[in-house]
Design a protein. Structure first.
Length: 247
């Protein structure tokens, strides 16, 4: 009997130690209590929550939360929002405070955050945050954020760390970018109306690992005007394998 009990505990210990990191999507929503007939202020956050391996999951979840907080938090005291429920409440509270001051000028605030696990391998995890916010003005702002993580540690991988030699890859990417967007090789990178800082090609702030390949994604205003929209460039992994540290 004692031997059987020992085997049961041994089995349970073995299975618990071999749990794999997993993600469950959770959704958080909040609407304003101020009466309205249309375009009622609302925020929805759908986000993948890492689970099963506490230290790794905690590192990933904290980073994802901090990025989403940057996007939708407008209050002065950052300590007021330390989870998604308080974050959605804060967004609506910011609207209602503004509405008290300017009741005829505030309407239709909206926040939509959709996080997904875009790519997952033994070497890298890529979470994509698709966000849209409208807090007044001519239009809202939509963008994508790429968050890269080490699967075994949960630590952030910065985009300059994914290349064996970033400058070599940037030179290669510029040639491909010019070819796609029909910018003559010897012309200024902004010759066709783009908006690269200091008239020099740069890699985007957000690079995505996808099932199709590595995606360079320039959000609006990063390389072009809002009217021109985002710019993107997709490379198959076979084409750029010599440049990549992670796959």
């Amino acid at each position: 009997m004692k031997h059987a009990i020992f085997l049961v505990f041994l089995f349970l210990g073995f299975t618990s130690c071999n749990k794999e990191l997993s993600f469950d999507n959770e959704t958080f929503e909040k609407e304003s209590a101020i009466p309205c007939t249309k375009d009622c202020p609302k925020i929805t956050i759908s986000v993948p929550i890492a689970k099963n391996i506490p230290i790794v999951a905690d590192s990933i979840n904290k980073k994802v939360f901090s990025v989403i907080k940057e996007i939708v938090y407008f209050e002065e005291d950052p300590s007021k929002a330390n989870d998604y429920e308080s974050l959605t409440a804060s967004f609506i509270a910011s609207y209602e405070e503004m509405h008290k001051k300017f009741p005829s000028e505030t309407f239709g605030w909206e926040g939509k955050i959709n996080g997904t696990v875009e790519f997952e391998s033994d070497q890298i995890i890529n979470i994509k945050v698709d966000h849209y916010t409208f807090t007044g003005g001519a239009h809202g702002y939509q963008g994508l954020r790429s968050l890269l993580f080490h699967p075994k540690t949960g630590k952030t991988i910065f985009t300059d760390e994914i290349f064996k030699n970033e400058n070599e890859f940037k030179a290669f990417a510029e040639k491909e970018f010019r070819a796609k967007y029909k910018i003559p090789e010897k012309s200024n990178i902004n010759a066709t109306g783009l908006m690269f800082e200091n008239d020099k090609f740069q890699l985007p702030q957000n690079i995505f690992y996808t099932n199709e390949g590595l995606l360079l994604y320039y959000n609006s205003y990063e390389a072009a005007s809002y009217a021109d929209g985002p710019k993107e460039l997709l490379f198959s992994y076979d084409k750029i394998s010599k440049y990549l540290k992670y796959r």
